[in-house]
Design a protein around this ligand. Structure first.
Ligand SMILES: [Zn+2]
Length: 152
C-alpha cells in the first residue's frame, strides 16, 4: 500500500490518557472479558496513525457521554461510570512503546491487565495500561522518556 503523506495539521503519533478509578471496579473489556481495577491513578498509552487530535477528541467524547461505539480496550473504561478521565495529552515527539516502558519502570507502577491496549504491540510491553502511585499528568516529554524515565 502506498504511504500517504501525513497532513501537517493532523499528525499521527502517541498520546496518553490519565484516568482515576474511584473504587475497586469491575469492567467488561471486549475480548479481554471481565477485568478488575483497584482504586487509583491509571495511565493509558496509545497511538494514532493519522491524527492524535482526532483520536483524543473521540476518547474525550466517549468519556463525556459515557456511551458510544466501543472499539479499543480503553473505550470500555472511558464509558464506565466509576472511571474518570482526568487528562488527555498528545506526545508527537514520542513513540508509544517508549512511553509505555518509561511508565512501567516507575516505582510502584504495575500493569494489572495483561495485553490491555497492546494487542498490536511488537515491542513486548506487558500492556499499555498502567496503575501508578501518583498521577504523571504533565510529566511526559521526549526528554523525560529519553533520560530513562527518572524525571517522569
Ligand atoms: Zn508496546
Amino acid at each position: 500500500m502506498r504511504r500517504q503523506p501525513s497532513q501537517p495539521d493532523l499528525p499521527g503519533g502517541a498520546y496518553t490518557l490519565h484516568l482515576k478509578v474511584e473504587g475497586r471496579t469491575r469492567v467488561r473489556v471486549g475480548s479481554l472479558g471481565d477485568v478488575v481495577l483497584e482504586a487509583g491513578n491509571y495511565v493509558y498509552v496509545g497511538s494514532a496513525r493519522k491524527s492524535i487530535e482526532g483520536r483524543i477528541a473521540r476518547h474525550r467524547r466517549l468519556a463525556n457521554e459515557k456511551t458510544g461505539k466501543l472499539r479499543w480496550h480503553i473505550d470500555y473504561l472511558l464509558t464506565h461510570s466509576g472511571i474518570e478521565l482526568v487528562g488527555l495529552e498528545p506526545h508527537p515527539g514520542c513513540r508509544e512503546c517508549d512511553i509505555a516502558r518509561s511508565v512501567a519502570s516507575l516505582k510502584g507502577a504495575s500493569a494489572p491487565v495483561p495485553r490491555f491496549g497492546a494487542s498490536d504491540c511488537r515491542w513486548g510491553c506487558a500492556a499499555h495500561l498502567f496503575r501508578v502511585e501518583r498521577s504523571i499528568k504533565g510529566k511526559i516529554s521526549p526528554a523525560a522518556i529519553q533520560k530513562g524515565n527518572k524525571k517522569l
